[in-house]
Write a protein that binds this ligand. Sequence first.
Ligand SMILES: N[C@@H](CCC(=O)N[C@@H](CS)C(=O)NCC(=O)O)C(=O)O
Length: 206
Amino acid sequence: MPTLYHWWRSSSSWRVRWALELKGVKADLVLVNLMTGENEQPAHLARNPMGYVPVLALDGRNMIESMAILEYLDETHPSPRLIPGDAYDRQHVRALSELINAGTQPIHNVDVFEHHSADPEEQKRWNAHFIRRGLKAFEKLASPRAGAFAFGNQVTAADLCLVPQCFAAARFGVDVAAEFPLVARWNAASLATPECQASHPDRYKP
Ligand SMILES: N[C@@H](CCC(=O)N[C@@H](CS)C(=O)NCC(=O)O)C(=O)O
């Protein structure tokens, strides 16, 4: 059985917890405490030299980077597809995912905002600024091809990135419902699904 090393409110961890639920893959879930710096200890650095969660350990291998893990799970457990459709659709879903994974979340990562400022208020301003920028772009890019979810009428990798990002937005004072009504609608549709609920951070709070 695989082991998922994660942190309860880590958005990248939630993506993988959710994917495991969707794919019906059972895993042992082990918390790595980002607040005490457990992720910077040798045991975790041996799993991921970046000191980040998530890590999915399977057959003696440590898989890192949530998008690469999602792609691995999609290839080994094809149903339901997280990155569906023809090449053009796949490019679109990957672009939406990367807009969060590469263009938004890394800028408000703990090590980044702590490096930017030691002042909690400034950290919050910084994080909120980049989250707003990302969600605004996501809404614009997604809306022409959205359905009940961010792309069409099935949950895709784009939702697995968007919903944890909205959860993080609330922590930093971004009012998603007021500022991004379409994002809020797709977010609510996902939150109503059993797999999203089963993987929700509140269920893993230590
Ligand atoms: N691109 C990576 C990002 C992983 C990442 O940023 N993880 C955060 C939590 S969401 C982390 O471990 N942060 C620890 C720190 O900044 O010290 C992925 O998608 O897996």
